[in-house]
Structures are given as C-alpha cells and as structure tokens.
Design a protein around this ligand. Structure first.
Ligand SMILES: NC(=O)c1ccc[n+]([C@@H]2O[C@H](COP(=O)([O-])OP(=O)(O)OC[C@H]3O[C@@H](n4cnc5c(N)ncnc54)[C@H](O)[C@@H]3O)[C@@H](O)[C@H]2O)c1
Length: 433
C-alpha cells in the first residue's frame, strides 16, 4: 500500500464507487473498476463520465494512472484489495434487499486469493459482513480459503468500512472525512487502515465489522429522526403562525448541544429514507421494536401528502381546484444541485398531483427527461422555465441554486414553497409549507 504497488479493485462504479476509484487513482494506485452495467464500463473506458459532478477529464486523468473498467470478474484475482460499493435498497415489502451484495460476493469468491483484502462499503445492517459476506467468500472459493482471524494466520482479510459521502456538500474535503474500519481480525483492520490512510487523513478502527455497520446506521438514523422532528414541528408552527425557519436560525446560534436540521417536502436519496429500515428489520430478530425509526418513517413519509394538501389549499384560495389546474414542479432531484432522483419526494408529489387530476409539468436542469424507476412511472420531459404565468401554481420542491427565485415569484400567479427558497421575498403570491 505504501509504495502504491497494491492493485485496487472497486466493485460498483456508481455514486460511491467511482469517486472512490478516482481518489485512489489520484494517489497513484492502479485501480480497476468492476461493474455489471456494460454501458458504464464502456463509458469509463472511453474516458467519459455519467455523473454530473465528475468531469470526463477526471476519468481521463485516472486512466493515465492505469484506471480501467471491466465487467470481467476473473480480473479480481489480480487485485490485492477489493472494495464493494453496490446498492443496498429495500424490496417491495420494505425489507433489506441484499441481492446486489450477495450477487457480487458470489461472483468474486471464485477469484479471491490468499492475503487479499476485501472491504464492504455498502450500507447495511449489523451482522451482514460476518453472517452473509464471510460465509459466501469461504464457501465460494475453490482454494478452501478462510478469513484470517489472528495476526499471521493465513487466509483472506475482510472488513466493513462505511461510505460517508454527502453528495453536493463541498464544505468538507473528501480526504478530511474520517474513515471507520471494522475488521474480522486485527490484520484485516491494519491492512485496511494502511489502504484507506492513503486517501483519508484519519482512520477510526473499531473492534468488529458489526460496530462499523452500526456506526453508519446510527449516523443516518440520527439524521432521519431529527428531520422528522423538524418536519413535525413545522406543521405545529404553521398552525401557531410561527416561522419554523426563523426558530431554527435562532436556535442554531446556541454554541453547544444543538445541530440544525431543516424541514422539507419529504426524504430522498439512497440513504436516509432506506437505511434505518435495515436496522428495524434486523431488530425484529432480537424481538425488539425500533420505535424512533418507525415514528420518524411515518412522519417523513407523510410529508409529500402534506405538500399536496397545502397546494390544494393554496389553489382553493385562488378559487381553483387541483383537478384541472396546471402545476409546474420545480426540481426533481432529492436535494439541491445534484443529479440524483432516487427516492425523491418530487416523484411522489407529481404522482399524487396527477392522481388528483392536476396537469403537471416539471423543470429540473439536471434531468432532460424522467421515465420509469423502481417506484414511479412518470414519462415526462423537462419544461423550460418560461411563461410561468400560465401555471396555476409553481411548486418549489428542490431549491437548485441556479433558480432565480425573485424572478420566479415575480412571473408566477402562485408559488408554493416547500424549501424556504423564497426566504426574504415579500409577496402575497407565496405560500410556504
Ligand atoms: N450515494 C451516496 O451518497 C451514498 C452515501 C453513503 C453510502 N452509500 C451506500 O453506498 C452503496 C452504493 O451506493 P451508490 O449510491 O454508489 O449506488 P449506485 O446505484 O450509484 O451504484 C452502484 C453500482 O453498482 C453496480 N452493480 C450492481 N450490482 C453489481 C454487481 N453484482 N457487480 C458489479 N457491479 C454491480 C451498478 O451497476 C451501479 O453502477 C449503497 O449501499 C449506499 O447505501 C451511498
């Protein structure tokens, strides 16, 4: 690791795996990206990018350090370390879907070799590494390799090390985010610490993979529960005629014991709406109910319905019904300035508006069109941000910084703002919810 001779394979060239590959390349490691999506493999090998915030030049620069992509798992045998960054969604019953993790582990197991380091980064419930990954690796390799549990014991080295990326947040440089590592044995933790120290300033070793798995879930559940708290308080504040944003801004001046979270139209992204349910599912095995998670889930899931209700009320004030009204939804991405619409509340809000008979259009500079996803089927194309007066309501769901909100308010008949994007603008056309 120190001499950069180690070869690093990263499985899953998505929002997590690709930036990670570039970080290692930037530190002169020869990195191979593995992905089952042939189009991604081809794009990367052409030197192009499919993630907006990663420029093609960054891929081309990495290629100079030996970066390439492949769908051929037999190349795993040439790697010294393999890092797994594949999706961990929920299935239709809201239960963990580990099929991407198990599929990956089954595919790499025949090609692993003595001394190799295997790190799982995908967010998951405590126990996944020891109960799922290790048995599949041990039973799936033809050499009878086992996980090394003690220093100098032969075998493979397995760790869990959670990804902590926050897309679109540039306030902390990636290498300043400490990396938590929990190995199946001390040698595994030591090896992974050597590898991750090349790209992160600080590594935090913990005693077991389960501690590392639980650490990631605690971080995300903390966010989920606190967002639910402010979402609930927003609803109370609205009834009481108090501006929740003013309250939060005042509270955050307290120099200790308070961290600001902001209300919104509902949770989005691959992590916060999903990960807590990995823990509540696992907790059932221990005859335990995670009530905070369930309550937070209930409040956060209801937010798009709350937005619908307030859009209807706002239209009602203009003597209009939702049925037949033209509504322009601003922003599809689940948060500002990113090109990711996974679990985005905009998708649910559009579906709810359509169900009620609204004629819905959307504008989002990051999405020229939106088709079908796991939980939606919209089949829409981006509408230019013009002729806003023709819409009965303009509904701000994502506050991209490219939007000129004073102009939007100026040109619209009615603006429903779910993000406090119109803060400071005084107009009777604005309804904040
Ligand atoms: N996106 C984030 O901000 C973020 C932050 C922290 C943690 N995470 C976690 O990281 C993990 C990955 O998330 P992501 O956002 O990068 O997902 P993603 O969907 O962007 O990327 C996953 C990639 O894995 C590939 N893949 C799927 N199955 C594969 C297989 N069997 N072999 C090889 N490639 C395969 C997919 O084609 C895709 O390119 C998840 O567990 C997620 O919860 C994500």
């Amino acid at each position: 690791m120190e001499t950069r001779e180690a070869r690093i394979g990263i499985v899953g060239m998505g929002y997590v795996g690709l930036p990670l590959a570039l970080l290692f390349s930037g530190e002169r490691f020869r990195v191979t990206g593995f992905d089952i999506a042939e189009d991604k493999v081809a794009a990367l090998n052409r030197g192009s990018s499919y993630i907006v915030r990663i420029p093609a030049e960054a891929i081309q620069e990495a290629q100079k350090s030996g970066f390439s992509a492949t769908a051929d798992y037999s190349l795993i045998s040439q790697m010294d370390a393999v890092i797994i960054c594949v999706p961990t969604p929920l299935d239709h019953h809201h239960e963990p879907d580990l099929s991407y993790v198990t599929g990956t582990v089954k595919s790499i197991a025949p090609h692993i070799h003595e001394g190799q380091l295997i790190a799982l980064e995908s967010t998951t419930y405590p126990g996944t590494t020891e109960e799922i990954v290790v048995p599949l690796l041990e039973s799936g390799n033809p050499h009878g390799l086992k996980v090394a549990r003690a220093i100098n014991e032969p075998g493979i080295h397995v760790v869990f090390s959670p990804e902590r990326e926050d897309p679109g947040n540039d306030s902390v440089a990636r290498h300043d985010i400490p990396k938590v590592i929990g190995g199946c044995g001390p040698a595994a933790t030591e090896l992974a610490s050597a590898m991750y120290s090349a790209i992160f300033r600080r590594v935090i070793p913990v005693r077991t993979p389960a501690v590392a798995e639980m650490t990631k879930l605690l971080e995300n559940i903390y966010r989920c529960v606190n967002i639910a708290l402010v979402n609930e308080l927003k609803q109370l504040c609205m009834r009481m005629g108090i501006d929740i944003h003013e309250v939060i801004d005042a509270a955050r001046t307290k120099p200790f014991g308070f961290q600001a979270f902001y209300p919104g139209p509902g949770l989005g992204g691959h992590c916060i709406p999903i990960d807590p349910f990995y823990l509540s599912w696992k907790a059932k095995e221990f005859d335990f109910r995670t009530r905070f998670i369930e309550l937070a889930g209930e409040i956060n899931t209801a937010m798009p319905y709350f937005v619908l209700e307030h859009t209807a009320a706002a239209l009602n004030e203009h003597s209009k019904s939702i049925k037949g009204s033209k509504v322009l939804v601003l922003g599809l991405a689940y948060k500002r300035d990113i090109d990711d619409l996974r679990e985005s509340p905009s998708l649910t809000i559009i579906e709810l508006l359509r169900e009620k008979g609204a004629i819905v259009a959307y504008n989002d500079p990051y999405f020229p069109k939106v088709g079908r996803g796991r939980h939606y089927d919209l089949n829409m194309t981006n509408t230019p941000l013009e002729n806003l007066a023709k819409y009965d309501a303009v509904l701000i769901v994502t506050d991209h910084t490219s939007y000129n909100f004073p102009e939007i308010v100026e040109q619209s008949q009615l603006v429903v703002d779910t993000r406090n994007a119109t803060k400071g603008i005084v107009s009777t056309k604005i309804v904040r919810c």
